[in-house]
Design a protein around this ligand. Structure first.
Ligand SMILES: [Zn+2]
Length: 142
């Protein structure tokens, strides 16, 4: 179970990151709670321009990492215990085994990219959204 105090600190850090924040300042903030290895892995995903924001005409947003079928959820309002989720095996296994685990590199990259407006935006109609969700829900053996 994640400490609610830790979640409040992380929310504060993310709220302090804006499109105007210098990346070194963002890294300094993130370093107070996340490992350097996780931060570098997340920044690599952002540098490779892989964070995609699928936006529907009615304003719904789904996030993804290009080249994967991971379903990434940020700031889920009904998830009081942990508002972030990813369908990658690291997230699922770490959630069960690592104390105070909060984010994998995909969720961290997506959260940073969304705060800094560094996501690639992909206009998504209803058919593309259905295809995206179908890919995300397809079970792929490890
Ligand atoms: Zn992940």
């Amino acid at each position: 179970m994640v400490s609610q105090d830790l979640l409040l600190i992380i929310r504060g850090i993310f709220n302090a990151i804006t499109p105007e924040t210098k990346i070194e300042d963002s890294v300094a903030l993130l370093s107070s709670v996340f490992s350097p290895t996780l931060i570098v892995a997340a920044l690599d995903i952002i540098d490779d321009n892989l964070v995609v924001q699928h936006v529907t005409p009615w304003g719904h947003v789904e996030y993804g990492i290009d080249g994967t079928s991971y379903a990434i959820f940020l700031d889920m309002p009904t998830a009081e215990l942990l508002p972030y989720s990813c369908s990658c095996i690291t997230f699922v296994s770490s959630l069960l085994t690592v104390p105070n685990f909060i984010m994998c590199k995909h969720t961290l990259a997506t959260k940073i990219a969304s705060r800094m407006n560094l996501c690639r935006t992909s206009p998504t109609d209803v058919d593309a959204l259905a295809s995206l969700i179908t890919r995300q829900l397809t079970i792929v053996p490890p």
